[in-house]
Design a protein around this ligand. Structure first.
Ligand SMILES: NC(=O)c1ccc[n+]([C@@H]2O[C@H](COP(=O)([O-])OP(=O)(O)OC[C@H]3O[C@@H](n4cnc5c(N)ncnc54)[C@H](OP(=O)(O)O)[C@@H]3O)[C@@H](O)[C@H]2O)c1
Length: 311
């Protein structure tokens, strides 16, 4: 049965119910959208808790996507699915490329006049530029970046109203009992509050962005009716190494600074990431839809999150 159209409530489909997808779905549901979140497995946090619902979908299956879209008739579609693990993609480059290409092709074919927004990544750059703007030539750093870039190309070639929002490292709260912590901030914060050391590269630069600020930006882009540029960047205002960021997190939690151990990126699990994973937007601040959205810096982000990690 098709999802009912409640006046003033947009039907929104969020493909991927992981860390970023949940943050976006929660924000849209709270704003009044009728949100359906899909993934192969049920998300850890029940979407019903924040007013959304969940359906099972393998988004690489074109027939299953077709059935879902006929049933829901979404007016907005957000692609925020995996595989997102850079290390896994490096070990399984063909599977990663095939999955991202299939999902992009499926929804490009099905979206019609609906707004289609895909969350993309800074890994489409090789990391040599200090900052990457929307005009910086792409040159993917790794298998994950190549898979995401191919998905961007498919989407933009085949879907008229598609937007690729390339986002820097996203951070936010995750509970201590999660199966695994999906973001650097949460992993650091839980280790530091337990008195455990954190190894963090001092030669891997990023512009971290709070998951709620990503969600606000997505909500603004989906709501506006103006035409949007095909590619947009979203990074936080601070260009910072992971080691410096871990020190900020330690300070916000009153954890000893000595628990943060700077290491070279090459000797860390981030070896295949671009050295400068930094995004700057020349366009977002100029768009009517997003002009008013503010993105907090890492100190404000750490302050806003500290209480949740200390409780
Ligand atoms: N996290 C970041 O810092 C960041 C930064 C920039 C861009 N991004 C992009 O944002 C997206 C999501 O990132 P994330 O951190 O939220 O990843 P995540 O926590 O690993 O979530 C990925 C989600 O996608 C689902 N998924 C994977 N394959 C699927 C398929 N074939 N069909 C339907 N659902 C599928 C997963 O559930 P199942 O496995 O149960 O299907 C999971 O719910 C990725 O594309 C990534 O490139 C993330």
């Amino acid at each position: 049965m098709m999802a009912p159209r409640v006046p003033g409530r947009a039907r929104t489909l969020v493909v991927g119910s992981g860390f970023v997808g949940t943050g976006i779905a929660r924000r849209l549901a709270r704003a009044g959208d009728t949100v359906t979140l899909v993934s192969r497995g049920r998300p850890a946090r029940p979407p019903e808790e924040y007013g959304a619902r969940w359906s099972a979908l393998d988004a690489t299956d074109s027939a299953a996507c077709g059935r879902l879209v006929s049933r829901l008739r979404p007016e907005r579609i957000v692609l925020v699915h995996g595989p997102s693990d850079v290390t896994w993609c490096e070990a399984h480059p063909e599977e990663a490329a095939a999955a991202h290409a299939a999902v992009a092709a499926n929804f490009a074919a099905l979206c019609g006049t609906s707004r289609l927004l895909m969350i993309s990544t800074d890994n489409v750059f090789d990391g040599h530029a200090w900052h990457n703007t929307e005009r910086t030539p792409v040159s993917p750093a790794n298998a994950y970046g190549r898979a995401k870039r191919r998905a961007e190309q498919l989407l933009l070639a085949r879907a008229e109203r598609a937007v690729c929002l390339r986002v820097s490292l996203v951070y936010g709260h995750e509970p201590v009992d999660a199966d695994k912590w999906l973001n650097f901030f949460a992993a650091c914060a839980h280790r530091l509050t337990a008195g455990a050391p954190v190894e963090a590269p001092d030669d891997h630069w990023t512009t971290p962005v709070h998951v709620d600020d990503v969600a606000d930006t997505v909500a603004a882009l989906l709501t506006g009716t103006d035409p949007l540029p095909p590619v947009l960047h979203l990074g936080g205002p601070d260009r910072i190494t992971r080691a410096e960021w871990a020190a900020v997190i330690a300070e916000s939690l009153n954890a000893p600074a000595g628990l943060v151990v700077p290491v070279p990126k090459a000797r860390s699990r981030y070896a295949s990431r671009p050295e400068n994973a930094c995004l700057v937007s020349e366009l977002l601040p100029t768009l009517p839809a997003t002009r008013a959205v503010s993105v907090r810096g890492v100190r404000d982000g750490a302050r806003d999150l500290a209480a949740a990690f200390l409780s």
